[in-house]
Write a protein that binds this ligand. Structure first.
Ligand code: TYD
Length: 213
């Protein structure tokens, strides 16, 4: 059996990423893919417990390195318990956020830089997304979308400047890892963005299949 596809969705807060990843999963299921939906931080019992700690507004004294290690710890469990076994069974795994969030939030925004790559090399153990969809949206628009949803956890209580750094960080990563990143303009309607994701995915699959011939 051939290994399944691993697809991650990334983007700043309020980019509509979670809605789009669910819609895309429905699309893939409708055309016959065996899809596993998961998210980070989370995806397994242990990783979800670590998530609780990471997003707890009462943990405001958490050190940046502690935070980076906890995200990586949640990921190590996620990769070994859920992602790799599913891929080996030929399933398509869709994750709402993955390691690129650590490269951006902990590495570039918090300033831990290269140490985040080192920590995550251990967590990933060779597992990497085949495709990463970046839902790109201006920080001001993303933030206003989130506010109207009343979201307010520890990591979302941050300034607009923080959101701008996140946005710039993801754009920089999409250039660094241009082989797997697909950047989607997320400012349109839910349907417009979904259609664009499907179009770009089919384009990517056609190119991959052409490369195999
Ligand atoms: P979540 O409520 O899932 O936010 P979103 O809907 O924006 O995905 O919270 C996840 C938060 O954790 C989000 O602010 C990004 C942050 N995060 C990191 O800082 N590093 C990471 O490695 C991951 C996976 C998430």
């Amino acid at each position: 059996m051939s290994r399944g596809l691993f697809i991650s969705f990334e983007g700043g807060d309020g980019s509509g990423k979670s809605t789009q990843y669910r819609l895309f999963a429905e699309y893939l299921s409708s055309i016959g893919y065996d899809v596993v939906l998961t998210r980070e931080p989370g995806g397994t019992r242990i990783s979800e417990r670590i998530r609780g700690l990471l997003l707890d507004p009462e943990c405001s004294e958490m050190d940046d390195m502690t935070e980076a290690l906890l995200f990586a710890a949640a990921r190590a469990q996620h990769v070994r318990e859920l992602i790799r076994p599913a891929l080996e069974e030929g399933k398509t795994v869709l994750s709402d956020r993955f390691v690129d969030s650590s490269y951006v939030y902990q590495g570039m925004v918090r300033g831990l830089n290269e140490s985040v790559y080192v920590i995550n090399d251990y967590a990933l153990d060779g597992v990497a997304p085949d495709i990463t969809f970046l839902l790109d949206i201006s920080p001001a628009k993303g933030r206003s979308r989130n506010r109207s949803e009343g979201k307010d956890d520890r990591l979302e209580q941050q300034s607009l400047d923080f959101h701008r750094k996140v946005c710039d960080g993801f754009r920089a990563l999409s250039e660094k890892f241009s082989d797997r990143f697909i950047v989607i303009d997320a400012s349109g309607t839910v349907k417009e963005v979904h259609d664009e994701i499907v179009r770009r995915f089919n384009e990517w699959m056609a190119e991959r299949d052409a490369g195999k011939q």
